[in-house]
Design a protein around this ligand. Sequence first.
Ligand SMILES: [Zn+2]
Length: 425
Amino acid sequence: MPTRTKEVDMRYLVNFIVAVTVVVPVLSQTMPPAVIVIRAGVLIDGNSDQPRRDQVIVIRGNRIESVSDAANAKIPAGVSTIDLSHATVLPGLIDSHTHIFLQGEELAQGGYDANILKYPLALRAARATVAARRALEQGFTTLRDVETEGAGYGDVGIKMAIAGGYIPGPRLSVATRAISTTGGYNLEGYAPELDMPKGAQIIDGPVEARKAAREQLDHGADWIKVYMTHRSWVGKNGELVSQPTLTVEELRAIVDETHGWGKKVACHAYNGIGLQRALDGGCDSIEHGLEITDAQIAQMVKQGTWYCPTLAAYYHDWAPADTPSGRRDRKRVSEHGVSLQKAVKAGVKIVFGTDMGGIPWTEPMAQEFPRMTEFGMSPMDTIKSATSRAAEMLDMAGQIGVIVAGAYADVRIRVGSGPPVTKSP
Ligand SMILES: [Zn+2]
């Protein structure tokens, strides 16, 4: 295991959150909005490079009304104050790559396939509500959930249940079914005579591609997720190879349709031909991006493409070192860090993503932070990638991921000694 900077290892962070998110609008229809005042010992506001000491945050209803120095703060009379003068306050975090309908499937329990072949949809939905609650408990108040893995439009339903105040959970931006091609998604490895269900919507040709995007957008997709690579292995010369799926023409049809609806396209792409097609086809965000060439980095900067690396997920479940899968697992990780380092240097727009669901939801989501710092991001940049930068990608800049006047009151508190960054004033 590579060494990590101790000060930024937030995996064991003791934290709790005050999530004044989606329940409040329901209540506020009948009563005047509640006012809450938070005294913050240290405030990381999501925008600034430096934390600020002794700040007062006034929250009215589900919005932040003002943020000011404690010395000259105007605190409304008779309101309850939460004293966090010995704690660090930061915006509710945003995870831009999760799967609430996956549970880190273990092979011993039937692996990925059991999800689709054996589990009633109600069981999967019930477990998705637990995943959503766990994210909220860890301070994540927004998730971009990038496909349901065979659970259809279940994510739209969970999003409605959270927004309606029926269950606790973060604000969700959902991708519904995702899109890949024939030969480009599980379930696979069954007798060819069987017509097996797939974990994504399968298309072949630009007409089917556009139709799938239309269907998904029509049924509530906030993002369209496309798998631009599928299988991966180590090639003859020791290089990482990944199987491309959609053609540029197929992807362009999806991107054109989705942009027309004012929405964006996230592309799962490891490297090589598939990653190049993702960029040429106009993808808005590259997911994973294990091996990105210098020319592709330059293209991402030029096109303003977002990069969601999801590093930690690839440190899980390695096959034995002397097997083809084991060699591939190790190769993926060795290329990934280099790609992030290059992206950081070139100024690619980076967002925080865990691929939770690929990782069991019982594990800490914050494990991605030390991986990002390990490969060249500053601690504050990792926080921004999980707050204001992600908000920008989600077209919610100024609304979420920041503690400033006018934003939603998604507030996360770190209890313990000192701020969660190495440098503080
Ligand atoms: Zn994923």
